[in-house]
Design a protein around this ligand. Structure first.
Ligand SMILES: [Zn+2]
Length: 300
């Protein structure tokens, strides 16, 4: 059975201590929690965690949320549809707390998703931020489409923050991203990476009031595990099954990737009536895949 556990997280503690020291000198705290009614930018993917965090920000912190979606496909895939659906949903639910969805196009020149299994053998030579999970399925190590994407997203969000400051809200200073503590086993989603990205922008802009973070840090009292976020969203009647989490497929949940597995797991822990359609549960899909594999074997 697939397990995700924050005990698997291995961070560079010395680096984190150095980064915390820099921030404590420059702005007293590594991260200052937004006060009730404060505005925040949310990098919003339409995935389960970002939907649950969006809800938590409005429901518990009563934050004014400016959602931004980074679009790397020109067509309306399931993730983009989810993002649009939930912004409208939260606008109805939380009224003035939710601002319009801003969409920014960002194309990538190279995606690891397009590689064949043969090429995957060489990925270790190209990348040094892979993670091998215990008890997972055949998708080892975890490959995400664009392993440095968080840096791109961060840049885009900082630019958006300056735009909001200029046009209508000079005091906005916080950018959040829907990463949960369990994700910290992925290198792009750990404390040192988020603080490093934040540090880069603070230095470029010479403005240490700007924060870029996720609820993954116990030391600053901003620590929300997936279960807490998802549970709150369920209590608040957010239709979470309409979110889209898969990183292997753009239309349906594959049911096998890291995101699909952790989605299934958390829904099962919380006894949530998961109406998500998973390809791995489809008899027709599994038969077709088997048939295709046989044909490919014969042709070899
Ligand atoms: Zn998937």
């Amino acid at each position: 059975m697939f397990e995700f556990n924050i005990k698997d997280v291995k961070e560079d503690r010395k680096l984190i201590i150095c980064l915390r020291k820099i921030f404590s000198k420059k702005r007293e705290e590594t991260f200052i929690l937004p006060k009730k009614g404060e505005s925040v930018i949310l990098l919003f993917s339409g995935g389960l965690d970002s939907v649950a965090l969006f809800n938590y920000l409005c429901s518990v912190y009563e934050a004014i949320v400016y959602p931004i979606y980074v679009r790397s496909n020109l067509f309306d895939n399931a993730q983009f549809k989810s993002a649009k659906f939930f912004v409208n949903f939260f606008k109805r639910k939380y009224k003035k707390l939710v601002k319009d969805l801003t969409v920014v196009n960002q194309s990538f020149n190279f995606s690891f998703s397009s590689l064949t299994n043969l090429n995957r053998k060489f990925i270790k030579l190209l990348l040094n931020n892979l993670v091998k999970l215990n008890n997972s399925d055949e998708y080892l190590p975890i490959i995400i489409s664009n392993p440095a994407r968080l840096g791109f997203y961060g840049f885009i969000a900082y630019e958006y923050l300056l735009k909001i400051r200029y046009h209508n809200n000079a005091s906005i200073k916080t950018i959040l991203v829907g990463i949960v503590p369990e994700d910290r086993i992925l290198r792009e989603s750990n404390i040192s990476v988020l603080l490093s990205i934040n540090l880069t922008f603070c230095e470029i802009l010479n403005d240490y009031s700007i924060q870029f973070y996720a609820p993954i840090d116990k030391k600053v009292n901003f620590f929300l595990q997936k279960e807490v976020l998802v549970k709150k969203a369920i209590q608040d009647c957010v239709p979470l099954y309409k979110s889209f989490s898969c990183v292997k497929n753009v239309w349906f949940h594959c049911g096998k990737c890291f995101n699909c597995l952790s989605r299934k797991k958390i829904f099962s822990i919380l006894n949530y009536n998961d109406k998500t359609y998973y390809l791995s549960n489809s008899r027709f899909y599994n038969k077709t895949i088997k048939l295709l594999r046989c044909i490919l074997k014969k042709n070899h």
